[in-house]
Design a protein around this ligand. Structure first.
Ligand code: AMP
Length: 182
């Protein structure tokens, strides 16, 4: 049956998200998906590549985080999802949002960023965290030290990719990508 995505997706239940995620969304007051969420979530759940363009505050974090969590919700330990973000502030903000969405899931979220001690990040990585949010430079440091294995990454997200390129992270991003599966 043909469907009109904009008119049929009036609430989050259409995505068939895990009840443990749906419960958090209800508690957070998420009722109606934003346009970027309606457009991105079904495609990401289906495993397709997506380029999303929309304004700050339009709900992009949930648009990529919810399907990423849905795909790894009860899976193996170790890095499965990687989000690269241009700044520590954005990385921390994304981490906080993902931790909220993942509250009732057996998924650990670690934030890897520069200007902070390696030890807690290392500890979180060693504990089997599945969802990594990182700034490119510090992630590269961890890679070079052999602290992180990205060979099990299934979902890769470049948050604010345009900003990341503007800030000259292209080489670091390419080196990180080279350590992930094709
Ligand atoms: P973001 O653009 O991802 O930074 O999200 C901006 C803000 O909107 C955050 O506080 C989110 O928690 C909130 N938000 C995102 N999507 C929705 C939604 N569908 N309904 C209500 N609030 C939302």
């Amino acid at each position: 049956m043909p469907t009109d995505e904009t008119s049929t997706q009036s609430d989050f239940s259409v995505f068939g998200l895990d009840p443990r995620i749906a419960k958090v969304l209800t508690e957070q007051g998420f009722e109606t998906p934003t346009p970027i969420q309606s457009a991105a979530i079904p495609n990401l759940l289906a495993g397709r590549d997506v380029i999303g363009r929309s304004r700050t505050g339009s709900g992009k974090t949930a648009a990529f985080a919810l399907p990423a969590l849905e795909r790894i919700k009860d899976g193996a330990k170790g890095p499965r999802v990687l989000v690269l973000a241009p700044t520590r502030e954005l990385a921390l903000q994304v981490t906080e949002a993902v931790r909220t969405f993942a509250r009732d899931l057996p998924v650990r979220v670690v934030c890897v960023y520069g200007g902070a001690s390696y030890t807690p990040q290392l500890k979180a990585l060693r504990s089997g965290a599945q969802f990594i949010v990182a700034t490119p430079g510090r992630l590269l440091d961890h890679l070079e030290r052999g602290n992180i294995d990205l060979s099990g990454i299934e979902t890769l997200i470049l948050d604010e990719a345009d900003e990341m390129l503007r800030m000259g992270f292209i080489e670091a991003v390419e080196q990180v990508l080279a350590a992930t599966p094709k």
